[in-house]
Design a protein around this ligand. Structure first.
Ligand code: FAD
Length: 455
């Protein structure tokens, strides 16, 4: 082939950026267009990672090196499946890699989930991380708050709820978020898990970090520290799980430090109902569970009611289907075989379509995990290219897609545009001594990123 291999990567989160990086580092002459539905890149690093995790947010600095490369164009503010169909996209590219991640909350299937004051954790994350698709104000009048789930997202939500607004003012949170957080009345935050410490999905660093705030007292009931044979095995098999257990044991054993906000982590409490009065949350009903010897739990028939004015359901994220791409509703992933997208009707790969990141394997794992994922997917793509099995697109020229988008009047943003938006956010933060203050409104983001465009 005398022209470069043309690849569209859909989704500019870590998975899409790492996949682009690997393709560009290969021996193949490749030109990539990185599509993103938000006006800004970086996916859940921008709209998921908590604002008080500046070190993790800082990963974007290393991703800049990838985005700076000439072989890559960032095309933001374009939703694939809506602004351009997958079929249309195929006219311009030899291959398409979907790295569309996850945004929604998985359901907690208990009665009362739809009461006022019951929230999906992802909704709250979207709010405090300044995602324009979510609420601008948040009612934080609840003094006792439940967080259901024992993963890192549950810890993020619990930590943000237990910290004071002023503690978070040093971060990139926008003014509207600070105004809500400053009114936070939460005195007690209760995290609930239906299984035990050895089954918790926390990572050790995030669990330890809870204790770093002077305003937070982390409390674990010694009776909730329990292991069966399978749990002991899980600790032996995983250093990380063992560290999580050790940290929880230390929280259970120590004397209180007297911090004003209590953050309880409860194990063996399975939420069975969110209780309401007049349509509003007033409590959470749980059933005590016990280990069954295999690391699972069974109900004991012993129920408890906890007074709570708010419940956050942090039982996992969920990916959305992309129009024109097969979707496994049950697992909420694009059906794939290590990265090749599979046509479920016939059970074989659809030539030229690939998946990577959370949309490929489900919403589990840290940013670093998307790297190994991307390696597997891009190796498949390059092998298909080498074998000559990718279908040749009708319009592979670099300008063709730009002409198409201009004709359709899609106000797409670019990498230069990101630099403008980035500079505007930094300038907003500077007078307050902050690294940045996020711009929230969609149109404001586009206006900064694409000043010549009249919206
Ligand atoms: C609340 C939360 C906190 C987290 N904190 C940490 C942490 O502290 N440390 C850590 O290592 N990991 C953390 N993670 C995990 C980390 O965010 C994920 O591992 C990683 O972001 C997954 O990468 P991804 O690229 O697959 O998906 P995403 O980051 O979700 O990126 C997908 C991108 O695709 C875009 N997209 C979706 N649909 C379309 C479409 N149709 N057209 C165009 N673009 C589209 C989305 O807008 C998004 O930008 C956290 C996750 C969450 C949810």
């Amino acid at each position: 082939m005398s022209r470069p291999l043309r690849v569209a990567v859909v989704g500019a989160g870590p998975a899409g950026i790492y996949a682009s990086d690997l393709l560009m580092k290969s021996d193949t002459d490749v030109q990539i267009d990185l599509f993103e539905r938000m006006p800004a890149p970086f996916g859940l690093i921008r709209y998921g990672v908590a604002p008080d995790h500046p070190r993790i947010k800082g990963i974007v600095k290393s991703l800049h090196n990838v985005m700076d490369k000439e072989q890559l164009r960032f095309l933001g503010n374009i939703e694939v499946g809506k602004d351009i169909t997958v079929e249309e996209l195929r006219e311009f590219y030899d291959a398409i890699v979907f790295s569309t991640g996850a945004t929604g909350d998985q359901d907690l299937r208990v009665p009362g989930s739809d009461l006022e004051g019951s929230w999906g954790a992802g909704e709250f994350v979207g709010f405090y991380d300044g995602n324009p698709n979510f609420e601008r104000n948040w009612d934080l009048s609840a003094e006792k708050v439940a967080v259901v789930g024992v993963g890192n997202v549950a810890l993020d939500v619990a930590r943000i709820l237990a910290k004071t607004g002023d503690e978070l003012l040093v971060t990139e949170i926008p003014d509207n978020v600070y105004e809500s957080l400053a009114k936070n009345q939460a005195k007690e935050v209760h995290v609930f898990g239906r299984r035990g410490p050895a089954q918790a999905k926390f990572t050790p660093l995030e669990l330890k970090e809870l204790d770093h705030s002077d305003t937070i007292e982390v409390i674990v009931n010694p009776e909730d520290i329990d292991y069966d044979a399978a749990s002991e095995q899980a600790r032996r098999d995983s250093k990380s799980q063992d560290l999580v257990c050790q940290t929880l044991e230390s929280y259970a054993m120590r004397d209180p430090k007297g911090a004003p906000h209590k953050l309880f982590i409860h194990f063996f409490e399975s939420p069975v109902e969110i209780l309401g009065e007049d349509g509003k949350v007033v409590g959470l009903k749980t059933e005590r569970t016990q280990l069954d010897g295999n690391g699972g739990v069974t109900g004991t028939g012993e129920f408890k009611t906890w007074d709570m004015q708010s419940v956050y359901r942090a039982v996992g994220y969920r990916s959305d289907a992309i129009e024109g791409v097969p979707f496994d509703d049950e697992r909420a992933v694009v059906p794939n075989d290590g990265g090749h997208i599979i046509d479920p009707e016939v059970g074989s790969p659809i030539t030229g379509l690939y998946a990577t990141g959370w949309i490929k394997r489900g919403p589990i794992g840290l940013i670093g995990n998307t790297k190994s994922d991307a390696k597997e997917t891009t190796e498949m793509l390059l092998a298909d290219h080498a074998a000559g099995s990718l279908p040749a697109p009708a319009k592979p020229e670099l300008e063709s897609i730009i002409e198409f988008l201009d004709e359709r009047k899609v106000a797409f943003t670019t990498w230069d545009g990101w630099h403008l938006l980035d500079a505007a956010e930094r300038a907003l933060g500077e007078p307050e001594g902050r690294e940045r203050k996020k711009i929230v409104e969609w149109n404001d983001m586009v206006r900064h990123a694409r000043p010549e465009y009249d919206i």
